[in-house]
Design a protein around this ligand. Structure first.
Ligand code: COI
Length: 354
């Protein structure tokens, strides 16, 4: 794959770092000083630049605004026990971004642009990595179509951007999920596995219904039979049923989560059986009714490992035991956190120095 030229860096003259209250950061609302930007035009990536974080000028005809040709990633940087910045499995995000690019007919991003660009950006904004417990620097790589035209066809120009934000927990409390049999997130042959903007916009309608019923988000079922659990839109989902970890298989309609994969490997390492397979909501209900639904939790970059405390639907409510009474979810979260911070052995080689 082609490499890109050296990264030109223009530093801000007005850092906003001192204005940030790192003890009270709302997720995704505070942005670090710099961003990396690279343009794709005439069939090639142009040299990337790191510039002060700020606005782009877009015309109303910018194709991504109309047709949604836009993809992104979510990953995190941490400080290890020695205070050094590290990334968690960045190559997985790079590879997933390029799979999304292929599905959305967008140009592949060269490894050097993604990985070297990302490291350089994190080095420059290293002081933005929070040191508070449960906090990290969330990294958002983004590519969007940037041609000016009206017409349904892939764009010829794209903008690739990486920007970062210091974050705490995405969910500040145990998560309540609402099951809908009416709406779906994705269908076979669709874009469910791609991390593309439209998947999220399409989820808002059902998410509103979830909120109206007092739930945080939707637990999506499959698009064909409206029976099999898929994911929750902000995270993949795991059920501990009678001591066995069950998670929906990768069928092309759910996100191939990096945290999902890490959790599966850690469960295996903890000698907990993992079954990645179809799991119907009726099976979950039956496990609940018979007292075998030990735990439900979500796994995602933003969400980390988040306990699901309630699953509701028009058919009834499943109330799950609180985090204090769980063993698997809290142990996974601790293990992942300790690996990321260099406190536990990184036996899978997940942690990459910046
Ligand atoms: C992530 O987990 O990184 C996502 O993109 C999901 C979103 C809830 C922030």
């Amino acid at each position: 794959m082609a490499t890109v030229g050296e990264i030109k860096v223009t530093r801000t003259t007005a850092s906003r770092l001192s204005e940030v209250d790192f003890d009270n950061i709302a997720f995704g609302r505070v942005f670090s000083d710099h961003m990396l930007v690279a343009d794709y035009r005439d069939g090639a990536w142009q040299s990337p630049e790191i510039v002060p974080y700020g606005a782009f000028q877009l015309t109303p005809a910018t194709t991504t605004l109309h047709y949604g040709q836009s993809i992104f990633e979510g990953m995190k940087a941490y400080r290890n026990a020695d205070g050094k910045p590290v990334l968690f499995r960045p190559r997985e995000n790079f590879e997933r971004m390029n799979r999304s690019a292929e599905r959305m007919v967008m140009p592949a991003i060269p490894e050097s642009l993604f990985l070297d660009g990302l490291k350089e950006l994190v080095r420059i904004d290293v002081d933005w990595i929070p040191t508070q417990e449960d906090s990290s620097l969330y990294i958002r790589p983004l590519m969007f179509a940037n041609d000016d035209f009206i017409g349904v066809q892939p764009s010829g120009a794209y903008k690739f951007v990486i920007f970062t934000c210091p974050v705490g927990n995405y969910y500040s409390e145990p998560v309540k999920l609402w099951v809908t049999r009416e709406f779906i997130r994705a269908a076979p042959g669709g874009t469910g596995e791609a991390k593309t903007a439209g998947n999220y916009a399409a989820s808002y309608y059902a998410a509103e219904e979830a909120k109206e019923n007092g739930y945080h988000n939707v637990l999506w079922l499959d698009g064909n039979e409206h029976r099999y659990v898929e994911e929750c839109g902000t995270m993949n989902v795991f059920f501990i049923i009678d001591g066995v970890a069950v998670t929906p298989e990768l069928s092309g309609t759910i996100l191939r989560g990096v945290t999902r994969d890490s959790v599966i490997k850690l469960l295996d390492d903890m000698d907990i059986e993992v079954q990645a397979r179809r799991v119907s909501i009726e099976e979950v209900q039956k496990a609940y009714d018979t007292g075998k639904l030990d735990e439900v939790f979500g796994a995602g970059t933003a969400a980390t490992v988040s306990p699901v405390i309630e699953i509701g639907s028009h058919e009834g409510v499943m109330r799950l035991r609180p985090d204090e009474e769980r063993t698997v979810g809290p142990a996974l979260l601790k293990r992942l956190t300790d690996i990321r911070h260099g406190v536990a052995e990184d036996k899978f080689g997940w942690v990459v120095p910046v």
